[in-house]
Write a protein that binds this ligand. Structure first.
Ligand code: IMP
Length: 844
């Protein structure tokens, strides 16, 4: 192998000999495709299936990544580069094939290679299952960040869990969400490489013993633990326009011994196998909660599992080139994607203290200088806490270390702020128990803040709320720690891959520099006033709408007629009360009622699309899905709405479905209660694809409005300040009584208009809006929203002006590339520089 590599790098001539086999021409790809069909999959033309075609193409493309991948690692070692480790419980990668083809610039060659054999590239791509190892925004952000790190030639690694089952598949049966397991690995995963040799022990339970270490100090040892093994699976992450291919390393749990021989020898075969199976359940399934902390033992074990394996791997790599830990923060940056991996702070301390015998002060300095933490939410139910009882049972040494961190931290607080025990209570890592109400717990966000050198929010408003409100005490103590890093999306997947027609139109007009510099899109601005360009833009958007209609036809088997000229109004995201799908649905019912009362009313035809999953245990969110489907059923079957109003719920929202929705969307619904959505990234995907936003002043919507200008976005609703003012005396009943259209809607739901067979079915929704106090201000924002939708409809009547705004939205998306976000992290948090890979000059 090394001779092969050496000869390959000897000269460019040899490289081209290599290229002729693993080359980037259509001929070479076709040969590779046919070879894989025959020799990897053992298929011939009589037995080949769609899956075989996909797998053969995936292997052919993967082959073209492997050499670059190995060279990338070698280059990083030679450069003695500082590495960035992005630790995340979730990586919502979606499909890989199309993205790899775009990043390798192989699309035309692949298309030609396959056409020649009678296959269509698009059909083959459709066979790939999504890698759905995430719930939503947080996981998809991690995936976009990997793409940007590779494209920016940054030595970055994603580290997470290789869940055997990703986010559940959602079916809609009789209007209800039914969850089906996502067995995504059933047919194998051609993108991952198993590394059975990269195997680390991860310990749980047991006890801690103390003994004198000989230097007059007390040492600690964690003993009698139960051990599970973590095995690595690597996925290549190719950058665009560079030769760098980074690594996503996901850990899978294996039993530490094939069987428990104790049980086995005693003849208890079943127990022996069961303990093996239990060890392997750790990486079995992703918790399907978005913005909700589950508090379950298995979840804690998952978090520690991937953190412990990852830190062992990081330290192994660091030790290859360093004898002491003095330079650890100069060579290693660790980013915590939310608090889920925050136990890394205690684990790194444990390794430094107990295994490397580094004194406390030094260990703490190294830990803080290495780790940074991203906060993703201000929702109280999402802030992670672990009971002292559970943490002490599963990770007893870590609990001790957390207490020690807290002791040192609170001692400093008391010195800086004497006689302020209330402050001490608030910032403590330990939440004191309230009998009968809450147990004694560890606050993971406080641990993450104290143990990091930087803490960031994910949009300007969100970071302000963190500093002003949620983490106010910490922000006053350590102002230098807090930074904003507004989220972004990768334009490679969210435009080039998912909307090739629009991408081509843009490239014809302004060139393709936007692929790596999204600010280049500003060059589109003059084209917004070019009637010919507007017409071409409109045509591409219409083609996007036609594809979306095709998706609806496949789902409903042509039973649901959609007017292709209607305004495509889309709300696609997790179903959550704070995201306010109900507000959107109430607007749909408002339009319906207006048509019922005045059948000849002239309205702008609309098709309102919803898509999204609800956490299986979130009853109200599931009931909202049911209500959407019930309302859709009534509206779509009433002749009065014909050609004027449709409500569509698209089942099983996932990355690959989002890629079909974005190009066809004209209106993007971003209507969360102000102050609740940390950033949102769907808002950016829609706008990049030319949809106009209707939204509240929340999350990154505010920054989108700043970029595109108030003339090109529809903003409505209460601001954060207005909500804070209203909150103490908010009475949803006032709105119920004073707004006749709103009153009619709520009465219809209450009377069972949408659930004739079970008239009380939707009462819990009414209860939460009225008796429950309407925590998310749906009723308060209803009228402003409906009026804003009227402005939207009015604007849509002038198609020329609408198209102009659409072009300007795309043109002004420069800021929302994840390349910009990652550059900011790299400069001000990680302090890492690009290390570009050169395939020709690099020696092995
Ligand atoms: P890791 O960084 O040890 O996980 O190794 C990843 C890849 O980097 C390996 O598969 C090697 O190709 C390469 N690699 C590992 N160690 C070295 C080294 O010391 N010099 C150059 N390349 C290395």
């Amino acid at each position: 192998m090394s001779e092969v590599k050496t000869s390959l790098s000897e000269s460019a001539a040899n490289l081209s000999a290599y290229e002729s086999y693993h080359g980037l021409t259509a001929e070479a790809i076709q040969r590779s495709f046919l070879d894989h069909l025959e020799f990897t999959l053992a298929k011939d033309r009589f037995t080949v299936t769609h899956l075989d075609q996909y797998l053969a193409l995936a292997y052919a493309v993967r082959d073209r990544l492997i050499e670059r991948w190995l060279r990338t690692q070698d280059t990083y070692y030679r450069a003695d580069a500082k590495r960035v480790y992005y630790l995340s419980m979730e990586f919502l990668m979606g499909r890989t094939l199309g993205n790899a083809i775009v990043n390798l610039n192989l699309k035309e060659e692949c298309r030609r290679a396959l056409l020649d054999l009678g296959y269509r590239l698009e059909d083959i791509q459709e066979t790939e299952p999504d890698a759905g190892l995430g719930n939503g925004g947080l996981g998809r952000l991690a995936a976009c960040f990997l793409d940007s790190m590779a494209t920016l030639a940054l030595p970055g690694y994603g580290y997470g869990i290789r869940y055997e089952y990703g986010i559940f598949n959602q079916e809609i049966k009789d209007g209800e969400q039914v969850e089906q397991p996502d067995n995504w690995l059933r047919y194998g995963n051609p993108w991952e490489i198993a590394r059975p040799e990269v195997l680390y022990p991860v310990h749980y339970y047991g006890e801690v013993v103390q003994f004198p270490n000989g230097n007059g100090k007390i040492a600690h040892k964690w003993i009698k633990t139960e051990t599970v093994l973590a095995m690595a699976y690597d996925t290549p992450i190719p950058g665009y326009g560079v030769q760098n291919v980074n690594t996503l390393r996901l850990w899978s749990s294996k039993a530490s011994r094939e069987f428990d021989f104790h049980h086995f020898n005693e003849g208890d075969y079943i127990s022996a196998v069961r303990s093996k199976t239990e060890s392997e359940t750790i990486s079995k399934v992703l918790y399907p909660n978005d913005n909700r902390h589950s508090g379950k033992e298995l979840r804690l074990k998952q978090e520690y599992f991937f953190v412990a394996a990852t830190l062992q791997d990081i330290i192994r790599r660091y030790k290859k080139t360093r004898k002491t830990f003095d330079e650890f923060p100069d060579k290693v940056a660790i980013q915590l994607n939310d608090t889920h991996p925050a136990i890394a702070i205690a684990e790194l301390m444990r390794i430094f203290l107990d295994e490397e015998n580094i004194p406390w002060e030094k260990a703490w300095e190294l830990t803080q200088a290495t780790i940074a933490y991203t906060n993703h939410t201000v929702l109280p139910e999402a802030l992670e806490k672990w009971t002292v009882e559970l943490l002490g049972k599963v990770l007893p040494r870590h609990l001790e270390i957390i207490y020690d961190i807290n002791y040192h931290f609170l001692r400093d607080v008391r010195v800086r702020y004497p006689n302020n025990e209330e402050l001490v209570q608030r910032v403590s890592l330990v939440e004191e128990p309230v009998p009968g109400i809450r147990p004694k717990s560890i606050r993971m966000a406080n641990l993450a803040i104290v143990g990091s050198h930087r803490v960031n929010g994910v949009a300007a408003l969100h970071t302000e709320i963190l500093k002003r409100d949620l983490f106010r005490d910490f922000a006053l103590m350590f102002p230098e720690k807090f930074e904003n890093k507004t989220n972004g999306i990768t334009q490679r997947r969210w435009l080039a891959c998912c909307n090739p027609q629009l991408a081509s139109l843009i490239t014809e007009a302004i060139g393709d520099k936007w692929m790596t510099d999204l600010y280049e899109m500003e060059k589109l601005i003059p084209f917004a006033d070019d009637p010919g360009f507007r017409q071409a833009w409109q045509k591409v958007k219409q083609d996007g709408k036609d594809i979306l209609i095709e998706v609806v036809n496949q789902t409903w088997k042509h039973k649901l007629r959609i007017d292709k000229q209607s305004l495509f109004d889309c709300q696609v995201k997790r179903i959550h009360e704070y995201k306010r799908q109900l507000l959107n649905l109430f607007h749909a019912i408002t339009l319906y009622n207006r048509l019922r009362h005045q059948p000849n009313l002239d309205i702008v035809p609309r098709t309102i699309f919803f898509s999204g999953k609800a956490a299986p245990g979130y009853r109200l969110a599931k009931l909202i899905i049911r209500l959407i489907n019930a309302v859709a059923d009534i509206i779509n079957h009433d002749v009065v709405t014909r050609d004027r109003l449709r409500v569509v719920f698209l089942p099983n929202y996932r990355v690959s479905l989002a890629e079909k929705i974005m190009p066809g969307a004209e209106l993007s619904e971003q209507i969360s209660t102000a102050g609740m959505e940390a950033s949102g990234t769907g808002n950016m995907k829609f706008a990049l694809n030319g949809a106009l936003t209707i939204g509240t002043l929340d999350g990154a919507n505010i920054e989108i409005a700043e970029e595109v200008g108030r003339d090109n976005i529809f903003i409505f609703g209460l601001t954060v300040e207005e909500i804070a003012k209203l909150k103490p005396h908010y009475s949803p009943w006032d709105y119920f009584h004073s707004d006749p259209e709103l009153n009619e809607i709520l009465n219809m739901i209450g009377a069972g208009y949408f659930s004739p067979l079970d008239k009380e079915l939707f009462h819990p929704i009414l209860f939460s809006l009225l008796e429950g106090g309407d925590q998310y201000f749906v009723l308060a924002d209803y009228r402003a929203y409906v009026e804003c939708q009227e402005r939207v409809a009015q604007a849509y009547l002038d198609q020329d002006q609408w198209t102009r705004k659409s072009i300007l939205n795309t043109a002004k998306m420069g800021k929302f590339s994840s390349d910009r976000t990652i550059q900011e992290y790299a400069q001000s948090i990680w302090r890492v520089s690009p290390v570009p890979v050169n395939m020709v000059t690099c020696e092995v």
